[in-house]
Write a protein that binds this ligand. Structure first.
Ligand SMILES: Cc1cc2nc3c(=O)[nH]c(=O)nc-3n(C[C@H](O)[C@H](O)[C@H](O)COP(=O)(O)OP(=O)(O)OC[C@H]3O[C@@H](n4cnc5c(N)ncnc54)[C@H](O)[C@@H]3O)c2cc1C
Length: 491
């Protein structure tokens, strides 16, 4: 039996904690926040529930298997998530990739030929990803090696191409399809991921009906019932090493000995801040960690509304809506554009439309999200509180005004409003610059060689990475897979 200290109770920390405690290890999870879950959590304000990070997840087969192994699958209300896409005159409730394709073709008749060519290639990518699923019969198993070769060919072809570059191969940059299709995921995501993203949206997009917080709570309770100790409001300030081996952590001035330390938290902070002896990291690696770009963060507006559910349903039709008026000329690479949020895409999510119990009777909730440029406006005001507040209000009002095209007179129904900037996300989760999903999704700015691999190893003996940062593009499945790899390493 080993003594294990886990830093962070996000999905990675909770999964690792549960599996290790189940195997009889003595596990302590240190969490700086007042509630468990990290980005897989949520909060209540005045009777309204809001998600505090992810709204969804994919790779359900793997995720559900782990929940079954832990023994909590039946306690979590997993449910499918579908998206309504509104882009100028395109308004599509897409239940399948074909639905979206059809809607785009109808909305852009003059670009039919380019769209046909574009979708022929995207279809090949989707097919390649589909063929990578675990073979379910002997015929699929026989065909698997050939499919693997085909998939690798596509991956290689677009290895260094970004989503906008791929889209520009088919459309003029001022055309409607270009503006729509270059925005279907992270801004400069690798084109080789398009197949995976399409499959995710249409075949494997899930959420938790009772809110992500309930998922984290179930895992936390289960962990405790297995004898694990969850220390909330317990930030780890230092990882203690001895002769190049992790031997414990320091939190609130106390030292905790451990045979293994799993950092289920931010990668950069683990090595650049928490590690007691920075010289254990070769200088070259330290520089690489410091410079590696991270994934984009979000700006989110949370609204508690005096608007009945039926009305919200009439306006949104589905809890999750992607909306652009089609004129978006927002440049996510321009951090100095004061009016960025007036032009940007928004993603709408109504937790109460997913589950009416998540708002008071007769009322509804709405989250409006947008992806801001990196360190927008001198990182939201350069540290000046008044400027921060002004910029936050400006961004919030811009998103509320924009959303009024979908929910008419939105402002009149507001009972409660709050907003989170990338600085808020960083304050609550310690993820560098509020990174939403680990490292940059840009194929030319990789931290790891592989996009999908999991790398939990560190130069410090018995210190492992058990968070989404063990994977280039993060995500809930990335965090869970990192946890599984950590569990395998521990004797
Ligand atoms: C808006 C948004 C949308 C997203 N959408 C998706 C999606 O559709 N699909 C998907 O798969 N993923 C999505 N993600 C990403 C996904 O939520 C994350 O990649 C994943 O939840 C990360 O889990 P984690 O366990 O690695 O870390 P986190 O959830 O970041 O948890 C880390 C925890 O560690 C704690 N911590 C950090 N440092 C310390 C310390 N020194 N001491 C103590 N505690 C510490 C933090 O407080 C936090 O609780 C989204 C994220 C956001 C923000």
């Amino acid at each position: 039996m080993s003594k294990i200290a886990i830093i962070g109770s996000g999905m990675g920390g909770l999964v690792a904690g549960n599996l290790l405690a189940k195997r009889g290890h003595k596990v302590t999870i240190f969490e700086s926040h007042v509630t468990p879950g990290g980005y897989t959590s949520g909060f209540w304000r005045k009777g309204f529930y809001f998600e505090s990070g992810t709204l969804s997840f994919e790779s359900s087969e793997d995720v559900f298997k782990v929940m079954k192994d832990i023994g909590v699958y039946d306690k979590i209300q997993f449910t499918r998530q579908y998206v309504r896409w509104i882009f100028a005159e395109l308004d599509c409730l897409a239940y399948s990739f074909s639905d979206l394709k059809k809607a785009v073709l109808e909305a852009c008749p003059s670009e039919k030929e380019q769209l046909t060519n574009y979708y022929a290639e995207v279809d090949r990518m989707v097919k390649a990803m589909l063929s990578m699923r675990r073979p379910s019969n002997v015929f699929e198993a026989i065909g698997f090696p050939l499919n693997l070769v085909k998939t690798m060919r596509i991956f290689k072809k677009y290895r260094n191409t970004t989503l906008p570059e791929f889209t520009a191969l088919y459309f003029d940059e001022d055309s409607k399809p270009y503006r729509l299709l270059k925005n279907i995921a992270y801004p400069d995501m690798g084109a080789s991921l398009i197949g995976a993203v399409m499959l995710m949206f249409f075949e494997d997009y899930w959420t938790v009906r009772t809110g992500m917080r309930s998922w984290a709570d179930v895992l936390a309770e289960n962990f405790k019932s297995l004898g694990g100790e969850l220390k909330l409001k317990s930030e780890v300030d230092e990882i203690i090493t001895k002769n190049g081996t992790a031997v414990g952590v320091r939190s609130k001035g106390n030292d905790f000995e451990a045979d293994y330390v799993i950092s289920a938290s931010d990668y950069k902070k683990t090595f650049l801040k928490l590690l007691d002896d920075k010289t254990l990291i070769p200088q070259e690696l330290r520089d690489k960690i410091e410079k590696a770009p991270v994934s984009e963060s979000f700006f989110t507006v949370y609204l508690g509304l005096n608007l009945p559910q039926e009305k919200m349903k009439e306006y949104l039709r589905k809890p999750h809506v992607f909306y652009s008026n089609g004129r978006s000329d927002a440049d996510i690479y321009n951090s100095n554009d004061d009016n960025y949020f007036q032009k940007a895409w928004v993603m709408l999510y109504s937790p109460s439309l997913m589950n009416p119990e998540l708002a008071p009777d007769g009322k509804s909730s709405l989250m409006i999200q947008s992806m801001p440029p990196y360190k927008w406006m001198n990182n939201w005001g350069g540290g000046d509180r008044e400027t921060y507040k002004r910029l936050k209000d400006k961004a919030k009002n811009a998103l509320i005004d924009k959303t009024s095209a979908v929910v008419p007179d939105l402002r009149e129904y507001i009972e409660f409003d709050e907003a989170a900037t990338p600085l808020t996300y960083e304050r609550y989760t310690h993820n560098t610059d509020g990174a939403s999903s680990a490292w940059s999704w840009n194929p030319n700015k990789r931290f790891y060689e592989k996009v999908f691999g999991i790398d939990i190893k560190t130069p410090i003996r018995n210190l492992y990475i058990g968070s989404c940062w063990a994977n280039q593009i993060g995500g809930v499945p990335g965090a869970i897979n990192a946890a599984l790899e950590c569990v395998k390493k521990i004797k």
